[in-house]
Design a protein around this ligand. Structure first.
Ligand SMILES: [Zn+2]
Ligand SMILES: [Zn+2]
Length: 348
């Protein structure tokens, strides 16, 4: 088969590789029909994820068809169309039993395209298939469900649910990349009074407003986000501030934007320490949450897409076939110029 293989920082190739085989009774082999690329894949390629070994097939987001299952697999069968979750779950350990699958202690968690070979390939082996694959509801296209592998549950769980967004809230989302936009889209499920999108790229802010549910947009190079948010809230601040960038400045901005008693939900993947201004925060009853996605909301999100309550398709901005993987990476990595949100690669 062909697969996108990581060969150390800055090096990758779409190349031939042996077909994956069942290695454990809980495994399934899935033919990849539709895949996408994640910002995390770019982090790996920069060398930010040293736990990812050279020779690893990248990717943790896909929709496919089950071609083979191990003896222990009960929930899916050969021929089933399935959504591959970015999080694998044993379903049995202490964390899995609390639906905190991202912290699975038995070899699950974020392993695909990281600790085991991933989904940017023609075939992939899915460990713990019963708890890591979801049947695609009848009538839905691959593209309608693809972004439920990762960005939708991440924005929803780590942003909206951790931030405890409630009806009437003013929700400020710092970062209008795919995950920030996913947080805006799913925040709307809770009836906020205002969703404020903050970013430095006008093209992304425009998309946030026209397609992802932002009511107010702020280009932080042109305007002071704190001033705008204070102006909207009688000087109090946002009820919830969601950090979806992953740099110290944006985290610190979130702690400036939030009202006393409010919540800061950090979604961004951080590579450097940020300053926690406890000297000003301690007296203001601020709650700060962090987290890796668990994908416990995936069944709920699938139901919402099925019932037309959520439409993730605007995330798809560029389309390729799987064997155009290298071109797709280039377009995705150059998002500032190409305006790419998510690239969709389909089996030709
Ligand atoms: Zn991802
Ligand atoms: Zn587990």
């Amino acid at each position: 088969m062909q697969a996108l293989v990581y060969h150390g920082p800055g090096r990758k190739q779409w190349e031939s590789k042996p077909d994956p085989k069942l290695e454990h009774p809980a495994d399934a082999i899935v033919q990849i029909d539709t895949a996408t690329i994640c910002g995390t894949d770019l982090h790996i390629l920069k060398g930010d994820v040293p736990t990812c070994a050279e020779g690893r097939t990248l990717g943790h987001e896909a929709v496919g068809t089950v071609v083979e299952t191990g003896d222990g697999v009960e929930n899916v069968r050969q021929g089933d169309r399935v959504l591959v979750s970015c999080i694998s779950a044993c379903g049995r350990c202490r964390y899995c039993r609390e639906a905190m699958y991202g912290q699975c202690q038995s070899g699950g968690g974020w392993i695909l395209g990281h600790l085991v070979d991933g989904t940017q390939a023609e075939l992939t082996r899915i460990p713990f298939a019963d708890n890591s694959l979801y049947k695609v509801p009848e009538g839905l296209s691959d593209e309608q469900v693809l972004f439920l592998s990762d960005i939708l549950p991440t924005g929803f769980e780590v942003g909206v649910l951790n931030g405890n967004v409630r009806p009437g809230d003013v929700v400020a989302v710092v970062g209008a990349g795919p995950v920030g936009l996913a947080a805006m889209m799913t925040a709307r499920l809770y009836g906020p009074s205002r969703v404020v999108a903050i970013d430095k790229a006008d093209s992304r802010l425009e998309k946030a407003r026209s397609q992802f549910g932002a009511d107010v947009t702020v280009n932080s190079d042109a305007d002071d986000p704190a001033e705008v948010v204070m102006g909207l809230t009688d000087g109090l601040g946002a009820d919830v501030a969601i950090e979806a960038v992953g740099i110290p400045q944006t985290f610190e901005l979130c702690t400036d934007l939030v009202r006393p008693g409010g919540r800061v939900a950090n979604v961004g993947v951080h590579g450097h320490p940020a300053t926690l201004h406890l000297e000003t925060l301690w007296i203001r009853n601020i709650t700060i949450t962090t987290g890796l996605v668990d994908t416990r909301s995936t069944p709920t999100l699938l139901r919402l897409v099925s019932e037309n309550r959520l439409d993730p398709q605007p995330f798809a901005t560029h389309r390729f076939t799987l064997d155009q993987m290298m071109d797709a990476y280039q377009v995705f990595a150059d998002a500032a110029k190409t305006n790419a949100l998510k690239v969709v690669l389909t089996r030709s």
